[in-house]
Design a protein around this ligand. Structure first.
Ligand code: AR6
Length: 169
């Protein structure tokens, strides 16, 4: 596996990295899944600042501090809901990774952890999502020195197995 990409199975809220990415919704006011876990672990300070951000469009990313999280920053991105709208889910998911990585670079985040954006409540097919995530991260790292390291954090065993297989190629 390449030295700047790591894969783990676990809970992203536990990671002491420069930034964790949140799979949020356009309101940025919290929800279920990883979003709920991040807000729960970060405490009310995160919601207070999110209320000032004016939401976030699908495929875009906004950054906040991590509050009570071990991570210094949270990069909030909004993945596409699979199977609705104008059918450009693949492009929008790619944008999530690109825009999140750009936020990380601007804030000098050397270590960044990503969850499997859109593959839970938003029902994006897991293997296709993993292919897009890995492609975008590899392309970005090839031309940017910051972040130095990306950690793909898989919560469920199915995603973990998919990433293991794809990253070995
Ligand atoms: N750490 C890492 N990954 C996690 C964790 C965790 N603690 N908890 C869940 N996952 P989802 P989406 C994985 O549903 O599909 C929210 O309500 C999970 O197994 O969190 O982008 C938002 O507010 C899955 O692989 O996000 C939006 O409304 C991945 O995180 C909506 O859900 C993403 O699943 C976003 O849906």
């Amino acid at each position: 596996m390449e030295t700047r990409i790591e894969l783990i199975q676990g809970d992203i809220t536990k990671l002491k990295v420069d930034a964790i990415v949140n799979a949020a919704n356009p309101s940025l006011l919290g929800g279920g899944g990883v979003d709920g876990a991040i807000h729960h672990a970060a405490g009310p300070g995160l919601l207070e600042v999110c209320q000032l951000l004016g939401g976030c469009k699908t495929g875009e990313a906004k950054i906040t501090k991590g509050y009570k999280l071990p991570a210094q920053f949270v990069i909030h991105t909004v993945g596409p809901v699979w199977g609705v709208g104008d059918r450009n889910e693949e492009m929008l998911l790619a944008n999530c990774y690109r825009k999140s990585l750009a936020q990380a670079t601007v804030h000098d985040c050397k270590t960044v952890a990503f969850p499997n954006i859109s593959t839970g409540i938003y029902h994006f097919p897991k293997e296709l999502a993993a292919k897009i995530a890995i492609r975008e991260v590899r392309n970005y790292l090839a031309v940017n020195s910051i972040p130095e390291k990306i950690i793909f954090v898989c919560f469920d065993a199915e995603n973990f197995a998919i990433y293991q297989e794809l990253l070995s190629q």
